[in-house]
Design a protein around this ligand. Sequence first.
Ligand code: NIG
Ligand code: FE
Length: 414
Amino acid sequence: MAVGLLVKNIGLLATPTGSSARRGAQQGEITLLQDAYVAMNPKGNILAVGTGPVPPELAEAEEVLDARKSLVTPGLVDAHTHLVFGGWREHELALKLHGVPYLDILAQGGGILSTVRMTRAASQEELAEKAGEALAAMLALGTTSCEAKSGYGLNWETERKQLLAVQELNRRQPVELTPTFLGAHALPEEYRDNRQEYVRLVCQEMIPQVAEEKLARFCDVFCETGVFTAEETEQILTAGLRHGLKAKVHADEIDPIGGSQLAGRLPAISAEHLICTPDAGIASMAEGGTVAVLLPATSFYLDKAFARARDMMAAGVPVAVATDFNPGSCPCLSLHTAMNLACYKYRMTPEEVLTAVTLNGAAAIGRAGEIGSLEPGKQGDLVIWNAPNLDFIFYRFGDNLVRQVVKKGRRVVG
Ligand code: NIG
Ligand code: FE
C-alpha cells in the first residue's frame, strides 16, 4: 500500500466522526484514541487511523512525522470570515471606547461602508496579497479550511473582485477557501434613498452572475436593524436558492428581527452570530436542521451578550464556532481564541467545541463529507499541538499551541 505521510507516536488523537453535523448529546461524543497513528495516501487522503504499533504495510511512508506523544486533532475549519477587505478600521477604537454603538457608526457612513470605500480602491492583487498574509497567520494557528465572504464591494465590479481574489488564493496557498456571496452586507451609500433598487440589483443581476461564473457556493445577507429586513433577506436568499446558492444568514447579531426564524424556515444551511436569538428562532433552526455558527470573539469585541449555545444544543441545533475575522466587529483571526471563549463563555465542553470547529464547521460550509474529522477516506488535514491532551488547549490561552500542521497529506507548518 503506497503511503505518502505517516503521523505516528500520537499521545491522544481527538476527533468527531461522521459526514454530517453532530447535534445534541452527539456534539460532545468524540473519539479519543491513545497511542495512535494516521496514515495518508500520496494524494493526501486518510488511509487508516489506528492505535498501537503501526502495521508493517503502513510503516514504509514517503514521510514520517513523529507527534512526540502530543495531541492531534483534525485541521480547524473556520466557517465564517470576511477575509478579503481593503484597509483596517483602527480609527473606530476611540469611538467604541466612547460608547458609540456599532450600528450608529454604520449609519453615519463608517463601519462596513468605510471598508467598502477602501476595498473598492484596492486592486484584486492587493486584496489577495493582504488576505494571503492573514491566511498564513491562520494556518500557523491551525486553520486548514475557511469560508470567505464578499460584501465589501456592494457593486458588481468589487464583489466580483473579492470573489476572484478568493479563487486566486485557492490556487496559491494551502488553506482551502469556500466563497460566499454577501452582496447584501449593507446598503451602499449611492442607494441610500433607493433600497428597493439595490435589493433588485442583488437578486436580478448580481446573484445570476455569481452563479453563472461559479464565484460562490453560498449567498448570505446581513439581516439587521437598519441593514436588511427579514422580508428583504428572504427575497434575496430565495433568489440565491433559485440559482443554486445555498442560504446563510447573519441573524440576531444586534437585534432579533426574525433572521433565525427565517433561517430554519427556508431552511438555510447556517445562521450566524445569533447573539440575541429568541426561543422561536432556536426552535425553527432545530426544525430546519440549520447549523448555528456562533462567533464568540465578536460578542467579546462588540461587548455584547454571548449566544445561548447550551440552549441551542439542548434543542438539537448543531453548533459550529468560527472567528468572524473582519476589520470591524472582530479583527481577530485566531480560531483558538474563539475556542477559549466558547468554552468559558458558552460553557461548552472541550469535546463540544472541538466538534464545533471541525465537523460542524465543515457542515456549515457544505464540506462535512471531505473534511472535519480524522477517518479513512477524508482529507488528511490535521494539527499536532504542543499539548498532551484536549483540555490543555482550552485551559491555556493567548499563546499559539500549534506545533505542526498537515494539509492534504503535506506538512505545511513546522
Ligand atoms: O459579521 N455583521 C456584519 N458583518 C460583520 C462585520 C463587518 C464589519 O464590521 O466590517 C460581522 O460582524
Ligand atoms: Fe460576519
